[in-house]
Design a protein around this ligand. Structure first.
Ligand code: FES
Length: 119
């Protein structure tokens, strides 16, 4: 099995606080297949696919959060998810959670370590 490769997604300061930002990884099939959410120094990444019906969560670039920026919201039917773990927090997600992608902040950069099979 190949070693995971380090991929820099963006700089931490490029994500609003609190806020969200869509991104893709090398070899991804669609733009913004993933998204980051940030609150202070805490950053999490999730696959941009809602467990309710498999749609993209956002309706325009980087629009992943509720108006008060407290929760992740799917624009299709209003499912709500926690920012810190992607767990369902209301709406039609029925207890399902978003799929997380491990990320870390290293020297001000948000990075992930990926194997090609992960994409
Ligand atoms: S697809 Fe997201 S709430 Fe229905």
């Amino acid at each position: 099995m190949s070693q995971p490769s380090r991929h820099v997604i963006c700089r931490l300061v490029e994500i609003p606080d609190p806020g969200a930002r869509g991104f893709s990884l090398p070899g991804a099939r669609f733009p913004d297949e993933y998204f980051l959410v940030r609150r202070g120094a805490a950053v999490h990444a999730y696959r941009n696919s809602c467990p309710h019906a498999g749609r993209f969560l956002n309706w325009k670039p980087d629009a992943f959060l509720t108006r008060d920026r407290a929760l992740i919201m799917c624009s299709a039917h209003g499912a709500l998810y926690r920012m810190d773990n992607g767990a369902c927090a209301g709406g039609p997600c029925g207890g399902a959670a978003l799929t997380a992608l491990p990320v870390a902040v290293e020297q001000g950069e948000v990075v992930t370590y990926i194997r090609e099979k992960q994409l």
